[in-house]
Design a protein around this ligand. Structure first.
Ligand code: ADP
Ligand code: ZN
Ligand code: ZN
Length: 804
């Protein structure tokens, strides 16, 4: 008997164990690894979706196996590579395999479930149950179900009189469209036209249409109707005349975007050429080396990426390139498309789920050779990968904050090993981890120290905001920065002003009593969502209307204590009334495409000053920018995280690199209250190596990454004392598996101690070599499955990017 090992998607319970199902004879040929199936689960008629991981010809199980009910996919949605990767991912991120599998696939492939209430065995005739079900066998729970009914359901559930069953909702395949095509070539069409009756005008016109659009076939029927006014009746007649046929096509929603001009290879500098050669050698020799390109801003890393990708394509292979966030790096995406055109697929968060599915299919069926995308693109179903690139590899956005808590760099390394291809990490400010690995020879270090055309690095000045002259100014601009902005404007050049902010939120505050509008469930302030016109909680989704009177003191002076950028914009307008200022922050970039539009505007010199938050620091290349001003360099220094200095150094170096990228010399002015801090001083010198040494020394002293591994375990419960109790139990469990060399910190409440009505405590484990830790954590994870139903949840985060 053939059996399949299936990872099931059970909404209320997660488990890493695959379940065995019998493959009915009728399905033997279609149940293969990587397809999705529908299976029964538990008692009753509960049907869930699952992924077939393995197929075997016998089972060791002696009881009766349930059969596979239905096969969802005609061909596997998971390759062997992806199946293997899911095991590794679940193991290393302490996530459940089902969430790993779902993370790898586009959203539309996620099962949707309907919930039904059914009577528990023996309670079919219970009066309360019968009343709830209204004498029917089941009651569907929907979003319209009334609260009163929900309460009754909860009560009967607690009394074990009813069960909730989940049934997979069969999604209609809304992605296919009807289209027409023809088997006739143009000569045959002409011949057919001659045979048509002369009064069959519509048919004559249709053949003419087919002739002139022969290369565009197949064409969607709806397009023919709407755009070309060809009726369905005409098409039907033509089908009978054997002129055309109807087919189903998957609609391609080509993401909108400007098509950049095609570019060709630049002549490489010596440094670039060495880099391309080293990487190409690994591609050709199928070696899974990891390269770290440490290249100053403007050293031409992108050209190295492009020519290396080309090498992979020449070898008949594909290439994967990750960027921190597509919307923040439109210039990079354009460069890749400019070089490789239609062979490129771009995966970004702005895509609708349908568009995403389309891009995924194009990659999966091999019509795409190069994929560019943010973090999750690391799971792109590319086959035969010859090169993986991670640009700005130090960016925190490569780590997912949610389950599975993976780092794209680790997944990329796994895929590079699987595909025997090199992995290239690039940055002007590599993460300490990566730079340390290069130090040890685990990664191959490629240094690019010169700017293209030997442009000088920008001239950086640090302004001490504590001194008398600067603290005397009314606004936020020091005399030096003011003066230099004048000069830039006079020379008709451009400037960038960075306002370094801690978070991204704009919240509501009363200027009379200091009241801040907070979420009733969480300990955080609600943030304003412009498109909703409402205040919303980031954590639990709670939303409410914007109050116009302070709920606390009834004052009308309640307003947005925004990002601060608006205020800075006002100051700029007052000092330079004739200057055109573009503001780029969460508020001005909320709409899809608005970020790219602002960048486009600035690059066409339709504005003189680009004012913005962290989002302007990355990857932008404006040749006319000769001045960068940083308003408050210190903000990121004050975050309570051991990566604070590293983040500050990275930000300042990156933003400084925006100045003087072309012929004109660049100038950077950094305003700070900590002028002697090494992160600020080294960034001013664009001196990564000095910063690296100093920071490594301090990390060594305090026992942090990369000298120690860090694992963060957080526990949450609705009742604070329970959360605390559970975290102490957890600490004790951990102690049994750890040597006395490991350092255990906590439990301590997290910075936002309460979210979604739950209290959070965390434990930090710092260690060098603890062979028993992994297994212990796995054990804890599985043990707490039962606890999860009692309201506990636990999250394990390896190498967290933030500790808060
Ligand atoms: P990085 O990513 O290292 O900061 P870029 O790749 O953006 O640097 O390159 C900086 C500028 O130099 C870009 O405008 C790019 O087009 C140009 N450039 C790169 N390589 C060359 C080359 N070999 N010859 C001429 N110009 C180049
Ligand atoms: Zn008030
Ligand atoms: Zn909330």
């Amino acid at each position: 008997m053939a059996v399949a090992e299936v990872i099931v998607d059970v909404p209320t319970m997660q488990t890493n164990r695959p379940f065995e199902y019998e493959i009915p004879d009728s399905l033997v040929e279609v149940v293969i690894p990587g397809v999705r199936v529908e299976v029964g689960f538990g008692k009753g008629k509960r049907k869930v979706q699952g992924f077939v991981m393995e197929v075997r010809d016998h089972s060791d199980f002696t009881g009766k196996l349930k059969p596979i009910e239905r096969v969802i996919d005609v061909k596997p949605v998971l390759s062997q590579e992806m199946i293997k990767l899911s095991y590794w991912l679940a193991d290393t991120t302490y996530a459940f395999q089902i969430s790993c599998l779902q993370t790898m696939l586009p959203n539309v492939m996620r099962a949707k479930y309907k919930q039904f209430v059914v009577a528990s065995e023996g309670f079919e005739n219970d009066a309360d149950v019968k009343k709830l079900l209204d004498n029917q066998l089941t009651l569907e729970i929907t979003k319209d179900t009334e609260e009163q009914t929900l309460r009754k359901i909860a009560k009967l559930k607690r009394a074990h009189k009813i069960d909730i069953e989940y049934v997979v909702e069969n999604q209609a395949n809304s992605l296919t469209r009807q289209a027409i095509t023809t088997d006739l070539n143009t000569d045959q069409l002409l011949e057919a036209k001659d045979k048509l009756r002369s009064n069959a005008k519509a048919q004559h016109n249709l053949v003419d249409f087919l002739l002139s659009h022969h290369d565009d076939l197949p064409i969607e029927v709806s397009n023919l109707e709407n755009q070309f006014k060809i009726t369905r009746a005409t098409l039907k007649t033509a089908e009978k005349n054997n002129l055309l046929k109807f087919i189903e096509i998957t609609k391609r929603r080509k993401p909108v975007g400007i098509n950049p001009e095609r570019t060709s290879n630049l002549e490489l500098t010596e440094e670039q050429s060495t880099a391309v050669k080293d990487i190409s050698d690994s591609i050709v020799d199928d070696k899974s080396d990891t390269f770290l390109i440490e290249g100053v801003t403007g050293s031409g890393k992108t050209e190295v990426y492009l020519q290396s990708i080309q090498k992979a394509l020449e070898q008949g292979k594909t290439a994967l390139m990750l960027v921190p966030e597509i919307s923040l790096t439109p210039q990079m995406v354009n460069r890749v498309i400019g070089r490789f055109g239609d062979q490129v697929a771009v995966l970004h968060s702005g895509l609708s789920s349908g568009e995403r599915y389309d891009e995924w299919s194009r990659i999966e069926n091999g019509s795409v050779k190069v994929v560019v995308g943010a973090r999750s693109a690391v799971f792109a179903p590319l086959d035969n990968i010859g090169l993986i690139i991670i640009d700005e590899e130090h960016e925190a956005s490569y780590k997912q904050d949610d389950n599975p808590r993976y780092h794209a760099r680790d997944v990329a390394k796994w895929r590079a090993d699987y595909n025997n291809c090199p992995l290239v990490l690039g940055s002007a400010t590599p993460s300490l981890e990566s730079r340390a690995r290069a130090q040890k020879g685990v990664y191959k270090l490629i240094n690019m120290t010169k700017r293209i055309n030997n442009h000088a690095l920008p001239h950086v000045q640090i302004v001490d905001m504590r001194n008398a002259e600067n603290s005397a100014v009314k606004g936020d601009f020091s005399p030096l920065l003011q003066d230099n902005l004048w000069r830039v404007l006079k020379r008709k050049e451009q400037a960038i002003v960075l306002l370094n902010r801690r978070g991204y939120s704009s919240f509501l505050m009363c200027r009379e009593c200091g009241f801040v509008l907070k979420c009733p469930n969480c300990d955080v302030s609600l943030t304003y969502h412009k498109n909703l016109g409402k205040m919303k909680c980031h954590y639990c989704g709670h939303e409410e209307n914007v109050p116009h009177i302070c709920p606390n003191c009834k004052s009308k002076k309640i307003g947005f204590y925004g990002t601060g950028t608006e205020n800075i914009e006002k100051q700029l307008n007052e000092i330079y009334p004739d200057a055109r200022v573009l503001r780029m922050d969460v508020d001005t970039t909320r709409r899809k495409g608005s970020h790219a539009a602002l960048i486009e505007k600035f690059s066409k010199h339709e504005a003189d000053i680009l004012l913005g938050t962290q989002m302007i620091a990355k990857g932008l290349d404006f040749p006319n920018v000769t001045l960068v001003g940083v308003i408050n360099a210190d903000t990121t220094l004050s975050i309570s995280d051991y990566r604070a200095s590293e983040r500050t150094f990275q930000l300042l170096t990156q933003v400084s690199g925006r100045a003087g990228r072309a012929e004109k010399e660049g100038h950077v002015i950094i305003q700070t209250y900590n002028p002697d801090h090494y992160a600020i001083k080294d960034a001013a010198m664009q001196d990564y190596e000095t910063f690296y040494k100093q920071e490594m020394y301090l990390r060594h002293q305090s026992g942090y990454t990369p000298y120690y591994f860090t694992t963060l375990i957080s526990v949450s419960h609705q009742i604070e004392s329970q959360a605390l109790k559970q975290s102490f139990w957890l600490k004790k469990q951990l102690q049994t598996a750890l040597s006395d060399k490991a350092i255990l910190l906590g439990p301590s409440p997290t910075m936002i101690a309460r979210k979604q009505n739950k209290y959070f405590y965390q434990i930090i484990v710092k260690y060098k070599h603890e062979p028993e830790l992994h297994e212990k954590l796995m054990e804890i994870l599985n043990d707490t499955q039962g606890e999860a139903r009692r309201g506990f949840s636990i999250a394990i985060d390896n190498e967290p990017q933030h500790i808060d």
